[in-house]
Design a protein around this ligand. Structure first.
Ligand code: NAP
Length: 250
């Protein structure tokens, strides 16, 4: 049975694993998760959890598991994993596809402030004179906002971080997406938010806050996507399924 590795942790990875389980029972599919959350949604097929130990560790794993093709369906901001996947697949001569959700496009009424990273986002909030800010970032990025003691932050995460938030004034909301525009509007308006900070993740699952901010006329400080390694890329699970079908016909 040809073995496919999906690098996961996203809705796109889950959708691909589900489609393969349904329509390609002749393939052995393993989804790999980083172990970032304690109760991940379980994809069908085999699941492995935790880092591989860099690109060399991943290369060893691919070799031992006799992987025939890799779909890197990690989040658009998981740049380290994407780099390791590219390097390991090149070294092992294994075909790799990047599956990454489509970028958001600016629409009339959007007030986006494009920044390169979390530190620049924090600076943009100071320039804006923001006082109540909605942050949907990971623990790593929150440190950049640590000095902004006059601002009240609403922070949303899937589960509570191991350490206290590095912010003087913050409310933590624990919730797993997707989040629709209506509920985001209620949250942002209800908390009197005056600026939103978001990663330019793209896709539908987290676009609700962007649509709600537009409807409320609020600025969105938008952190740019990191660069991805070159190589074939698709933006929806169906296209990744087609790519696999071409390489591994049933
Ligand atoms: N960054 C985000 O905003 C975000 C949002 C939603 C979901 N996620 C998901 O959360 C996971 C971690 O994201 P991240 O931004 O921390 O990644 P990252 O910075 O690119 O990766 C850091 C390290 O975590 C391990 N890792 C990452 N993804 C993995 C996977 N699917 N399977 C096995 N190991 C993995 C690798 O460790 P080794 O070097 O030891 O192999 C990698 O070097 C990813 O699976 C991603 O799809 C990320």
């Amino acid at each position: 049975m040809p073995h496919v590795l999906i690098l996961g942790g996203t809705g796109e990875a889950l959708a691909l694993a589900r489609a393969l389980a349904l329509h390609r029972p002749d393939l052995a599919v393993t989804t790999s998760l980083a172990g970032a959350t304690s109760t991940p949604v379980q994809p069908p097929g085999a699941v492995r959890i935790g880092g591989f130990g860099g690109s060399e560790g991943l290369g060893d794993w691919l070799h031992q598991a006799e992987v025939a093709a890799v779909v890197d369906a990690t989040h658009p901001f998981a740049a380290t994993m994407a780099g390791h996947a590219a390097a390991a697949c090149t070294a092992c001569g294994i075909p790799r596809l990047k599956l990454v959700r489509p970028m958001w496009q600016r629409r009339d009424g959007d007030r986006w402030i494009a920044v390169a990273d979390a530190a620049a986002a924090a600076q943009a909030l100071v320039t804006l004179g923001a006082s109540r800010v909605f942050l949907t970032l990971g623990t790593r990025e929150l440190r950049a906002f640590a000095g902004l003691d006059s601002m009240v932050f609403t922070v949303r995460m899937i589960e509570a971080p191991a350490e206290p938030l590095p912010l003087a004034r913050a409310d933590l909301i624990l919730a797993r997406g997707p989040f629709g525009e209506r509920e985001e509007y209620a949250l942002i308006a209800g908390r009197k938010i005056d600026a939103v900070v978001a990663k330019a993740s793209g896709g539908d699952a987290t676009r609700g806050k962007i649509d709600a901010a537009r409807a409320l006329g609020l600025p969105v400080v938008m952190i740019a996507r990191p660069q991805m390694p070159p190589g074939p890329t698709v933006d929806e699970p169906a296209a990744a399924f087609a790519w696999l079908s071409q390489r591994l016909p049933g």
